[in-house]
Each structure stands twice: as structure tokens, then as C-alpha cells.
Design a protein around this ligand. Structure first.
Ligand code: NZQ
Ligand code: ZN
Length: 388
């Protein structure tokens, strides 16, 4: 195990009815609020009115940025920054899924910065401050509710880049599982795949002697697998939605489950460059790419893949070689994704070989990706080609 720092400043308010505490939480930060939300799901579900009521109780002056896209765009972030500056906003409230939360974070760090917010995504500038922000999560998936990461698409240049900063952690996040009852089946599937992928990125690590972290990862995976299928069959099953919500938050919250471990993140870096060009859902890309990444790298440290197969998927090791066990675990992952309805080939989404070189090149813009097996451009190209 490596030495580590760990700090996570986000306060969680978890459970049915927690929305009633929103006004009180916001009032600690000021009266001028920018409410950030997506394409309309919060209006359709009635959540918008409940939020406005809470803000009315504290006599907040509310400005709005609506229409944040799935795969949120830089142009929308810039609009939000302009509103904050013009209106002297004190606090940003993000209500939605990962896209809305990520856009809100980019706005929060962009407001006090003299240059262009895209500098942070292109690693040309460091983040030193941010407007405070809080979230009401409506979709369990990214972990954005308890981390400092934001992923933004520059659609004009077909680039999708991320930043991570302690300044961008939400001050609080309201996690009410009942707000996810209306998440459609395909987005529930995306959430399941995304949170599992976040665990994979941490679990498949070159670091040794990390038994607690490995078991935390395995527990999250098992809990997601069990509860994901229940939530898909019964979208308003509170326990299943609550378990998924907690798993999503724990799976990516500043690395709590993988302290002292080197993380990988290569598959995420590859996926971001696929969705930068094709605007597919993040988790659709992950569902296709992850089992192929696994096949490409598993021999680097086969024992971790054997452990994964046996502990997470219950593969019986008797009578099989290590390689056969590892491959059975990878196949079980693919079969699970397929069973819940996630895609397995890029061609299913209309993506062909035309942009493979561009995606591979862009993935390694800042150098080789991954830690389990560091990948250069040629490796990335092969993984994308396996996924076509
Ligand atoms: O836009 P609205 O109308 O709100 O509809 C959304 C959107 O169409 C809908 N939705 C959300 N909550 C709902 C709901 N529909 C009905 N009922 C509800 N309760 O779901 C659709 C997808 O929402 P989105 O926010 O795009 O999904 P997700 O949470 O999966 O976020 C994906 C984005 O997060 C980034 C991805 O790259 C992608 O851009 N990621 C962010 C990370 C982070 N900040 O740590 C890490 C991840 O790896 C990921 O890269
Ligand atoms: Zn992800």
C-alpha cells in the first residue's frame, strides 16, 4: 500500500424527504442563487416546483441556467459564468445528473478566474478558487455529487476533457433515492455500468497489499449487480434505488475506496474521446470498451483478474487454468452488461473505423494513459479496434 492524503469535504444528506432541508443548507452561503438544470426532467417530475418552494422560504433571488446537455458543453458553461458575473451570484445549485453537476462545477471554478475556463480542462492553468456549490442528485451514476471532478465537451473542437479540484467539491449534496424513481431504464443501465466502471478503474491496480480496498471495491460491485437488476425490474423500489445511489457515490468520491492505490482510468480517457466525437452516453462507451480493455491488459497481473472472477462473479476455479478463470470473469462482465441491455460494439451506435486514429491520438495528448498497464497510442488504437 502506498502513502496517501485523503480529504473529502462534501456533506451528504441521504434519504427520502431530505429535500426539505435544502433551503436551510443554501442559506448558509447567500441569497443570490444560480439554479442549474438539464433538459426538463426536473420540470416533468415536479422537482422544479419543490426546489423553488425551498428557495422561496429563504427569500433567495433565483437566476436560472437550464438546458444543460448530457455530455455538457463548454458553450453552456460559459453562459453560466456570464450570468454569475452579471448577477453577482453567491451560490450555485445544481439539480440533475452528472452532466448538470459537472457543468455547475465548471461554472463555479470559472467565475473567479480571469482567463477562459477551458484552460483548466486543457491543463493550462491551476484552479485556486470557486463559487460555493450544492447539488440535488436525480440520477445515480457518476459520483459527481461527492467528488471534485468535472467533464466538459468542447463541441466545436470535438474534445471532451476533465479537471479535478478540491475547490470543486460540492458543499453539500442531497441524495434522495425517491428522486431517481423516474430515471428511464436506459439511464438506469448507464448508471450501473458507470459506477461499476469507476470501481474497475481503481480495483485493477498495480499496487499490492491492499486487501481492505480490494474488498471495498468487490462489495460495491456485488451490491450494484444485485440491486441494479431489482431497480430495473421495479423502478420505484426504494431499497434498490437507495443502494444504487450509495454505491454510485462511494464508487467515485475522491478515491476513498482506493486510498494508497494507483488508479488506472485509461478506459475513461478513451471513452471521453469517443463521446467527444459521437456524443454517445458515457456509459454506453464504457460498456463497449471495458471488457476489451480487460482482455487487452489482464495478463499484466493475472491474479487480480482471477480474484475478480472468483469473488465478484462466483466463478469456480476448480479444473481451470488461471487464464481460463480470468477470462471467465471478463466474459461474465460482458454477459451482465448485455443482460441489462448495455451495448457491446461501437458499430451498434453507428461508429466505424474512420475516427479511430484521431480518438487514439487525442487520448494520449497528455502522455500514456493507465497504470495497470500504461497504454500508448498504438495500444489505445487496438482497444478501440477490438470494440468496433
Ligand atoms: O437533462 P434532463 O432533462 O435532466 O434529463 C437527464 C438526461 O437526459 C435524464 N435524467 C436525469 N435524472 C432524471 C432523468 N430523467 C428522468 N428522471 C430523473 N430523475 O438522464 C439523462 C442523462 O443525464 P446525465 O446527467 O447526462 O447522466 P449521468 O449522470 O450519467 O452523467 C454523464 C456525464 O457525467 C460525466 C460523463 O462523461 C457525462 O458527461 N462523468 C462525470 C464524472 C464525474 N464528475 O466524476 C465521472 C464519470 O466518469 C463521467 O465521465
Ligand atoms: Zn464514468
Amino acid at each position: 500500500m502506498n502513502s496517501f492524503h485523503f480529504q473529502n469535504p462534501t456533506k451528504l444528506l441521504f434519504g427520502a424527504g431530505m429535500l426539505n432541508q435544502l433551503g436551510q443548507e443554501v442559506s448558509a452561503y447567500g441569497k443570490k442563487v444560480l439554479l442549474v438544470y438539464g433538459g426538463g426532467s426536473i420540470r416533468a417530475t415536479g422537482l422544479y416546483d419543490r426546489i423553488q418552494q425551498q428557495l422561496k422560504h429563504i427569500q433567495a433571488v433565483v437566476h436560472e441556467l437550464s438546458g444543460v446537455e448530457p455530455n455538457p458543453r463548454l458553450s453552456t458553461v460559459r453562459k453560466g459564468i456570464a450570468i454569475c458575473r452579471e448577477q453577482g451570484i453567491d451560490f450555485i445549485l445544481a439539480v440533475g445528473g452528472g452532466s448538470v453537476l459537472d457543468a455547475a462545477k465548471a461554472i463555479a471554478v470559472g467565475v473567479p478566474y480571469n482567463g477562459d475556463v477551458w484552460d483548466f480542462l486543457m491543463r493550462k492553468a491551476e484552479i485556486h478558487s470557486a463559487l460555493p456549490l450544492g447539488t440535488v442528485l436525480t440520477l445515480s451514476a457518476t459520483g459527481s455529487e461527492m467528488n471534485g471532478n468535472s467533464v466538459i465537451t468542447n463541441w466545436e473542437e470535438n474534445l471532451k476533457k476533465s479537471f479535478g479540484s478540491l475547490h470543486a467539491y460540492p458543499k453539500f449534496s442531497i441524495l434522495d433515492p425517491t428522486l431517481t424513481y423516474t430515471v428511464p431504464a436506459n439511464q438506469t443501465v448507464n448508471g450501473i455500468v458507470d459506477m461499476m466502471s469507476h470501481v474497475f478503474e481503481q480495483y485493477f491496480s498495480p499496487t499490492t497489499n491492499t486487501p481492505l480496498q480490494e474488498r471495498l471495491c468487490e462489495s460495491i460491485l456485488q451490491t450494484v449487480i444485485e440491486n441494479g437488476e431489482i431497480a430495473l425490474a421495479s423502478p420505484d423500489n426504494y431499497e434498490a434505488r437507495a443502494n444504487l445511489m450509495l454505491c454510485g457515490t462511494y464508487a467515485l468520491n475522491g478515491g476513498m475506496i482506493s486510498v494508497g492505490m494507483q488508479n488506472d482510468w485509461a478506459t475513461h480517457m478513451i471513452e471521453h474521446e469517443v463521446s467527444a466525437i459521437y456524443d454517445i452516453a458515457h456509459a454506453e462507451g464504457l460498456s463497449i470498451l471495458f471488457p476489451n480493455w480487460m482482455k487487452y491488459v489482464f495478463k499484466e497481473r493475472m491474479e487480480r483478474f482471477v480474484q475478480f472472477a472468483v469473488r465478484v462473479w462466483g466463478i469456480h476455479p476448480e479444473g481451470r487454468t488461471e487464464e481460463e478463470i480470468a477470462l471467465a470473469g471478463i466474459q461474465a462482465t460482458r454477459d451482465f452488461f448485455t443482460r441489462i441491455g448495455a451495448p457491446s460494439r461501437l458499430s451498434e451506435l453507428g461508429i466505424d473505423a474512420k475516427d479511430v486514429d484521431r480518438m487514439a491520438k487525442e487520448t494520449v495528448r497528455f502522455g500514456p494513459v493507465g497504470a495497470f498497464k500504461p497504454l500508448g497510442e498504438a495500444d489505445v488504437r487496438q482497444i478501440i479496434e477490438m470494440s468496433l
